[in-house]
Write a protein that binds this ligand. Structure first.
Ligand code: FAD
Length: 288
């Protein structure tokens, strides 16, 4: 056993769904030197045939287990360094305060569109998060990755990250831990909509992971779920929001089983009525 791993860690507060879950093994990076411990964790996991999952703020995941038989590695690394028209920022930094900071330095900053976007820089780059016409791919110049399998650092430029809708190459490489990213800060937007006002009027609060499904090409998952009559539908402690049908809200101490049952129902109804196969945007983390 590795002395720095925590055992049987309660994960309730580590996903924005707040469902009950524990991790058999858990590690939180708080200091840059903690990165050096990742190869040991990788060897430990390999020796015991255990999966490793990186976690930021857990705002785009479902813990689909009671106990995760593996290692959850949560990233709390934080640093921000401005260099001319760029910012180098640690993967564990929260996107929304960063966005506010950048927009205070640069008038009408496109980066300001991320104010109110939950989660960390690591999660945003991994999933090419975006809103109001601004995605990670628009501003990310370069990222630094630590490959926990080889113990080597890799530097990748934007064009090498295979960014597309809610996707980047990080999603295909489970050994790649995003250490930090360099973004340009000089992009401007002529759209004056305040993202905070928009979100508070159109999206529900509470325990949710944001959009549960990806939007199918040319359509919106929320519209389809609304059309099949599931707005407000509840299973156990989780319901489909009346405000936005692509938001599942855990408002009555629900479990991952409630979330997955709602997911299955929404998929089935949309498939039957529209012949469309909805794909999860949230990452469903399961035991092997
Ligand atoms: C209310 C609400 C509104 C939302 N609105 C939006 C929106 O408008 N647009 C949008 O795109 N998303 C939205 N989301 C989803 C979420 O905010 C984003 O997906 C966010 O970028 C996830 O960041 P995170 O740190 O929480 O990642 P997590 O949920 O912790 O992880 C997500 C994925 O990223 C990977 N990951 C995280 N950190 C690292 C790392 N350091 N290295 C490698 N991989 C890593 C994880 O393994 C996982 O696969 C919303 C969520 C909520 C709760």
């Amino acid at each position: 056993m590795l002395p720095f791993l925590e055992e049987n860690k309660d994960l309730l507060k580590y996903s924005s769904f707040h469902t009950p879950a524990t991790a058999r093994h858990f590690f939180e990076l708080r200091d840059k030197s903690d990165i050096e411990k990742l190869p040991d964790i990788s060897r430990f996991a390999q020796a015991h045939d255990l999966p490793i999952v990186f976690l930021g703020s857990g705002t785009n995941v479902v813990f689909a287990f009671e106990t995760f038989e593996g290692v959850i590695v949560r990233n709390m690394l934080k640093w921000v360094e401005y260099i001319q028209n760029t910012v180098r920022v640690a993967g564990g930094e929260l996107v929304s305060p960063l966005s506010l900071q950048v927009s205070e330095r640069q008038e009408s900053s496109l980066f300001g569109k991320w104010i109110g976007l939950p989660g960390t820089v690591g999660g945003a780059v991994a999933g090419n998060a975006g809103c109001f016409g601004f995605e990670a791919k628009d501003a990310a110049l370069e990222v630094s990755i630590f490959d926990i399998g080889t113990g080597q650092y890799i530097s990748l430029r934007n064009s090498e990250l295979d960014f597309s809708y809610r996707h980047s190459l990080l999603k295909e490489n489970p050994d790649w831990f995003l250490v930090d990213a360099i973004f340009r800060t000089d992009l401007v937007s002529d759209d004056t909509t305040d993202p905070r006002t928009f979100r508070s009027g159109k999206q529900p609060g509470g325990f949710t992971c944001g959009s549960f499904f990806r939007n199918p090409p040319g359509d919106s998952a929320g519209r389809l779920i609304d059309q099949v009559g599931l707005k407000g539908h509840r299973i156990g402690g989780v319901k489909i929001s009346e405000l936005h049908a692509n938001f599942f809200v855990n408002d009555e101490k629900g479990t991952h089983k409630d979330i997955l049952a709602l997911r299955d129902l929404a998929k089935q109804k949309v498939r039957e009525m529209f012949g469309v196969e909805l794909q999860e945007e949230a990452r469903i983390i399961e035991n092997r």
